[in-house]
Design a protein around this ligand. Structure first.
Ligand SMILES: *Cc1c(COP(=O)(O)O)cnc(C)c1O
Length: 388
């Protein structure tokens, strides 16, 4: 029987409002191996929307280690890490990450979202101050909210603005949080300047390396490592360039011990599968090997080539990166162009509020080391044509 919804529960109306504002979202079904081409709605298209930057999500060694681990451990971890879900593959992965990051210890999480909630809620509470870049990822914003700390937002990539915020007094602890490579803009945080600001003001520094892990720095250890910056907390994802799933936090032994004891998004959730850890470890071994360097170099060449192909469209930038946003502005126009790209055989996601600020919708192209020059030329042609 159809019930008439009460006015407060007009979910259909809420969805219609989203549709009117061109903010209604649908999940495209992407089938096949997530490579330079993917299949969407039965059509093969060039994939410029994946975070599988180094092609590790289908690397034979990574795939093999996953299936071997399934044969040994089964598919599920069966419990949280603190109950019965902690297995040797998790420990080995954490030891590898700690040494790769030059940290005392590391802890692995089911996702980056959980890792950011864990860091911010375990380290701060209502007596504390969090200072956060205005373009930080939603998982950081939600972590700030859940921590109940006073949160001040500073101007994007602006150490002076961060300093002003950190000068506020009357708090037990102060913490600054930033991404290293910003996920929707592909630009870099001024980590050295921010690190100085933190040190001079007794603030903990938390850096989210979601999009830098595997790509920047020696052995792909991240932008902190490239710039010789040692934040108190380093976080990164294992489902983007690393190609598998999950996230890590690296830092001091006490930090990791505190997270194990206090971080509710770590404690109250089932550990990820042992096979996920095994495959992740294998992917990291590729990342730190000479093959990793070859893949990073190919990606860099692709970034340079796409930047060249789109030079009339992209704004000039200090540093090119595998994330290339093309600002459009209105959501409806952005989604129309994204659809038109798909018609032309190019999968480029449109990114809208609340992933980016209102009125700053964009096409966001992401490159992979496996893209060919022909793929990149085609992307340039299609986008050049649609935007001219
Ligand atoms: C993707 C992302 C996350 C979340 O990581 P998941 O593993 O996808 O949950 C966190 N921070 C940033 C900057 C990201 O881009």
């Amino acid at each position: 029987m159809l019930k008439k919804p009460s006015k407060n529960w007009d979910l259909k109306g809420e969805i219609e409002t989203l549709q009117k504002k061109a903010l209604y979202r649908k999940m495209p079904e992407v089938s096949g191996v997530p490579g330079r081409t993917v299949n969407i709605d039965g059509r093969n298209v060039l994939n410029f929307s994946s975070n599988n930057y180094l092609g590790l999500a289908y690397h034979p060694r990574v795939v093999d280690s996953f299936s071997q681990a399934v044969k040994i451990y089964g598919v599920g971890s069966t419990a949280s890490r603190l109950i019965a879900g902690n297995c040797p593959t998790h420990r080995k992965l954490e030891q590898f990450i700690a040494s790769w990051k030059n940290a005392e210890a590391a802890l692995v999480f089911g996702s980056g979202y959980q890792a950011n909630l864990s860091i911010l809620t375990a380290l701060t509470d209502k007596d504390d101050l969090i200072v956060s870049d205005e373009l930080n990822h939603a998982s950081i914003i939600d972590g700030c909210r859940l921590s109940r700390a006073k949160t001040l937002v500073y101007k994007h990539r602006d150490p002076h603005s961060a300093l002003d915020a950190l000068k506020k007094t009357g708090f037990r602890r102060k913490l600054l949080v930033t991404e290293s490579i910003f996920s929707m803009d592909g630009d870099q945080a001024p980590l050295r300047e921010l690190s100085d600001v933190c040190q001079n003001n007794g603030a903990f520094m938390v850096v989210d390396e979601a999009h830098a892990t595997g790509i920047y720095g020696p052995s792909g250890a991240g932008l902190c490592s490239e710039l010789d910056v040692f934040p108190d907390v380093q976080m990164g994802t294992l489902g983007k360039a690393v190609g598998v799933s999950g996230a890590y936090v690296a830092g001091s032994r006490f930090l990791i011990d505190l997270l194990v004891n206090k971080a509710r998004p770590f404690i109250f959730t089932t550990a990820h599968s042992p096979a996920v850890s095994a495959a992740t470890l294998e992917a990291l071994k590729v990342i730190v090997s000479p093959e990793g360097d070859v893949r990073r170099l190919r990606l860099k060449k692709n970034v340079e080539f796409l930047s060249e192909v789109l030079q009339n469209i992209l704004p000039p930038r200090e540093s090119a990166c595998q994330i290339l946003p093309i600002l459009i502005g209105p959501s409806d126009l952005t989604m129309k162009i994204s659809q038109a790209c798909l018609q032309e055989g190019l999968f480029v996601q449109g990114i809208r509020f609340p992933s980016v600020p209102e009125g700053a919708a964009r096409l966001r192209l992401t490159l992979m080391s496996d893209h060919t020059p022909a793929d990149i030329e085609k992307a340039g042609q299609v986008i050049g044509h649609l935007l001219s």
